[in-house]
Write a protein that binds this ligand. Structure first.
Ligand SMILES: Nc1ncnc2c1ncn2[C@@H]1O[C@H](COP(=O)(O)OP(=O)(O)OP(=O)(O)O)[C@@H](O)[C@H]1O
Ligand SMILES: [Mg+2]
Length: 208
């Protein structure tokens, strides 16, 4: 499952946050490259903030993504692709036509869930040419104690795509680490809870 894409139809769902942090999670024992396929270039910017020379490479590229990622797989075991916030963007259409796994972060809000309906259609269409495509919704920014989160967690299971058992909580460390060009894995004890939930999510992804 070497090509993992972060896709979505709603801005701010957590695609870039997951690209950055899941790539760091994988990089502990695998070689990983990130393609920033979003014309906004946020994942790329994150890397620019980093002062770590051994940091995961982030390539900003919005065209010919299929051949570009095959090329990277000559040198890296995994390629993560951060897509723009629309399933109708040409980059997203291209990426889901060849990636192995599409991860779809969703915030626990009704508006975000409605936007997810279009993703289900896009995934179905992509399976015409990419029959092995796996898609997984990941609830992000969950606030455990709110009723809304519980209701949304139930509603999300109505969508015709599998939902990861592991949800990511809303945690300030996801924001503060990004400001320093880091992942939660670089934040020591302060990042430990976030790192643990990401590890758990990664176990689910690898089992797909
Ligand atoms: N679990 C979380 N806890 C707290 N903050 C989070 C979490 N996930 C994401 N964020 C914050 O939410 C904002 C949006 O996240 P992010 O940029 O990853 O979304 P995106 O889907 O890539 O957005 P866009 O569609 O604009 O590319 C960022 O400020 C990020 O730091
Ligand atoms: Mg983004």
């Amino acid at each position: 499952m070497p090509v993992i894409a972060l896709v979505g139809n709603k801005g701010g769902a957590g695609k870039t946050t997951l690209s950055v942090n899941l790539s760091s999670c994988l990089a502990k024992n695998k070689s990983v490259a990130v393609i920033d396929a979003d014309p906004q270039g946020s994942a790329h910017q994150w890397r620019e903030f980093s002062d770590n020379e051994n940091a995961i490479p982030v390539f900003h590229n919005t065209e010919q993504l299929g051949s570009y990622s095959s090329q990277l797989l000559n040198d890296y075991e995994y390629v993560l692709i951060d897509c723009p916030p629309s399933v109708h963007a040409p980059q997203t259409t291209s990426v889901i036509s060849f990636c192995d796994i599409a991860l779809i972060p969703v915030q626990p809000s009704p508006v975000d869930l409605w936007a997810t309906i279009h993703i289900e259609e896009a995934v179905e269409n992509a399976r015409g040419t990419n029959p092995g495509l796996q898609a997984l919704l990941v609830i992000n920014q969950l606030e455990v104690r709110t009723t809304m989160s519980r209701v949304v967690r139930e509603a999300v299971t109505e969508i015709g795509l599998p939902v990861a058992d592991t949800a990511l909580r809303r945690r300030a460390i996801y924001r503060s680490s990004a400001l320093e060009g880091k992942s939660v894995f670089d934040m020591g004890k302060r990042g430990a809870d976030a790192a643990a939930e990401l590890e758990q999510l990664m176990q689910e992804i690898i089992r797909l």
